[in-house]
Design a binder for this molecule. Structure first.
Ligand SMILES: Cc1cc2nc3c(=O)[nH]c(=O)nc-3n(C[C@H](O)[C@H](O)[C@H](O)COP(=O)(O)OP(=O)(O)OC[C@H]3O[C@@H](n4cnc5c(N)ncnc54)[C@H](O)[C@@H]3O)c2cc1C
Ligand SMILES: *[C@@H]1O[C@H](CO)[C@@H](O)[C@H](O)[C@H]1NC(C)=O
Ligand SMILES: *[C@@H]1O[C@H](CO)[C@@H](O)[C@H](O)[C@H]1NC(C)=O
Ligand SMILES: *[C@@H]1O[C@H](CO)[C@@H](O)[C@H](O)[C@H]1NC(C)=O
Ligand SMILES: *[C@@H]1O[C@H](CO)[C@@H](O)[C@H](O)[C@H]1NC(C)=O
Ligand SMILES: *[C@@H]1O[C@H](CO)[C@@H](O)[C@H](O)[C@H]1NC(C)=O
Length: 500
């Protein structure tokens, strides 16, 4: 069986032609422009795929409804109209698709939940693979694990598990895909308790670039390391098995502070973060440019039906602009959280060691500064920042992984956000993010933090971020060796994303 798979690999590699990948790539890897001949190549590859796959899978062409949903993303700027989309229904068919792609060497995309905001990371002009048919959830109560299909979103997962009194460590907002979040790390409402999502994985079912289906566990040292942070560089994951835990009702609060209320609220939030260390508590801070000034927001989560007496007194007793208290199911809590949807959107990752009052002032200043300036490029611009105060021990729940580069230094995954509508403003938005992140790192350094080589979160970092910074040079070296072993023909190099 294994021998046959390797034979297939060799066949694929020797038959590969030299046709280059096409479409844009705003990652860190040059890609040739689209040409008419590669367009023909796409069509022929789509047809070959349609002929080779089983009846569990299907190929769709523009502009069918299935095609539209296959290529759709959270934000339009992450979508491209591909030559065709294919929905594989079995891991074996994923293997057959990868073999056809390897033969013709056309560019392709792999999409899970479609929440990537870097253009080209899960879109293509070539063959778009949508994981939509991998939708099974299987609970193994005795093992304390849950198998989750790679086409599901966290909304689907919570809707199934939470009513059964179970949960896993997943995304904080509705709609985010299980696949991309897990393969990039995964910061959750439960991370202070259980670690990053990838650190709760017990098994990956992955289709290797040569088409072989493999179950990867801790025993497979190389792939176990590479898949956690390595996204689509080592194959296509069809199923994740995650540790599960019991889930009770939860408590939450959303507070906002405008005008003069923001400054004392930031002082109180900084004090709260410095003093409380209950792992069942999680919190987010946000800075949103709104109507000419900065609105500061605090989102509180407690993993239990009511928080311990007094924990939130200082925050809840402050004067607020808006205030809502939540108690109920975890699923309903997640629905209270949202980022306004914009037609176009970019994020950047802003690594920090801790959030003091001066750091919050720097975030406020950046929000004001760019909010004032970016409306000249787009009337509908949304300028926002997020701070994620996690506990300093969150990385002790797991072992070595592609990301982060060094588990002894916990960089908090703060983020900078721009949402807008007019495509002509794209470059201004990206530039403003780069400048703003640099200014915030500088502010952190002035505040006494050692942010040299601070790694931004791979799921938030803006296209163009150096790989060295996100993964570290030691990990990059190991990742390149693993890549050479499992993908010597660089088949996964034909798809977008951080290319290791
Ligand atoms: C509104 C919003 C909220 C968010 N909240 C959080 C949060 O709480 N915590 C957090 O950590 N992150 C969060 N993120 C970031 C999120 O984790 C990333 O955007 C993530 O990559 C999305 O995964 P996806 O499957 O939806 O995306 P996709 O766009 O489908 O995929 C992202 C990347 O993963 C690759 N990929 C997808 N499926 C597979 C597969 N089966 N095998 C191999 N590679 C695959 C894609 O090719 C692509 O490069 C949020 C993002 C948004 C837009
Ligand atoms: C952008 O979004 C609109 C509707 O929200 C959709 O009709 C259109 O097809 C999308 N474009 C792409 C390229 O996905
Ligand atoms: C925006 O600010 C102006 C002037 O401060 C005020 O008159 C207006 O009501 C505000 N609009 C909103 C939507 O808050
Ligand atoms: C939850 O909310 C209900 C009202 O919606 C309230 O009666 C109840 O006391 C709350 N429970 C807790 C634990 O806060
Ligand atoms: C506010 O931010 C801008 C842009 O980064 C910077 O030039 C300015 O010095 C900052 N002001 C303060 C008071 O920090
Ligand atoms: C988009 O921006 C361009 C250049 O600034 C401008 O000419 C155009 O009118 C804008 N389009 C919309 C719909 O705002």
């Amino acid at each position: 069986m294994l021998g046959a798979a390797f034979l297939a690999c060799i066949l694929v590699l020797t038959r590969a032609t030299l046709q280059g990948p096409s479409g844009f790539d705003l990652g860190n890897r040059a890609v040739q422009p689209r040409s008419p001949s590669s367009q023909d190549g796409y069509g022929a590859t789509c047809e070959k795929i349609a002929r080779s796959i089983s009846s569990a899978s299907q190929v769709f062409y523009p502009w069918s409804q299935d095609f539209d949903s296959d290529i759709a993303h959270w934000t339009n700027s992450s979508s491209q109209v591909s030559a065709c989309s294919v929905e594989p229904g079995t891991p074996n068919d994923v293997g057959l698709i990868l073999r056809e792609i390897a033969h013709s060497r056309v560019s392709f995309a792999v999409k899970g939940g479609g929440h990537a905001y870097n253009p080209g990371f899960s879109s293509t002009l070539g063959v778009h693979i949508s994981m939509a048919r991998f939708k099974d959830i299987i609970i193994h109560e005795e093992r304390g694990t849950v198998e989750i299909g790679a086409g599901l979103t966290w909304t689907d997962v919570y809707a199934y598990l939470v009513p059964k009194g179970l949960n896993v460590v997943g995304g904080r907002l509705n709609g985010v895909g299980v696949a991309g979040l897990t393969l990039g790390g995964g910061y959750s409402w439960k991370t202070n308790e259980y670690g990053l999502t990838m650190d709760t994985v017990t098994e990956f079912e992955v289709v290797l670039p040569c088409g072989e289906v493999k179950v990867v566990t801790e025993q497979d040292e190389d792939l176990w390391f590479a898949l956690k942070g390595g996204f689509n560089n080592y194959g296509i994951v069809t199923k994740f098995t995650l540790k599960s835990h019991t889930q009770t009702d939860v408590w939450g609060a959303l507070l906002s502070f405008g005008g003069d209320l923001a400054d004392p609220a930031q002082t109180a939030f900084a004090n709260y973060i410095a003093q409380q260390h209950d792992p069942r508590a999680a919190q987010l801070g946000s800075f949103v440019y709104s109507n000419g000034s900065v609105l500061f927001g605090i989102s509180l989560f407690y993993d239990g039906p009511s928080p311990p007496e007094g924990l939130y007194d200082d925050l809840l007793n402050m004067p607020t602009t808006t205030k809502s208290i939540f108690n109920g199911s975890f699923t309903d809590f997640v629905s209270t959280q949202f980022i306004p949807l914009n037609k176009r959107a970019y994020f950047d990752g802003v690594p920090m060691l801790h959030y003091t009052k001066p750091i919050m002032e720097a975030f406020t200043n950046e929000t004001q500064f760019w909010g004032d300036r970016l409306s000249q490029y787009d009337d509908n611009v949304l300028v926002a920042y997020g701070i994620d105060p996690f506990e300093p021990d969150i990385l002790t729940h797991g072992g070595p992984s592609a990301y982060p580069p060094d588990r002894s230094r916990v960089f908090l995954p703060s983020s900078a956000y721009r949402g807008w509508t007019n495509e002509s403003a794209d470059e201004h938005m990206a530039d403003s993010l780069r400048l703003s992140t640099a200014a915030l790192i500088e502010a952190g350094t002035r505040d006494g933090q050692d942010l040299e080589n601070a790694a931004p979160y791979v799921n938030y970092a803006l296209f163009g971020t150096p790989l060295e910074l996100m993964y570290g040079s030691e990990h990059l070296k190991r990742l390149a060796e693993i890549k050479q072993k499992y993908d010597p023909g660089d088949i996964m190099g034909l798809t977008g994303g951080w290319k290791l």
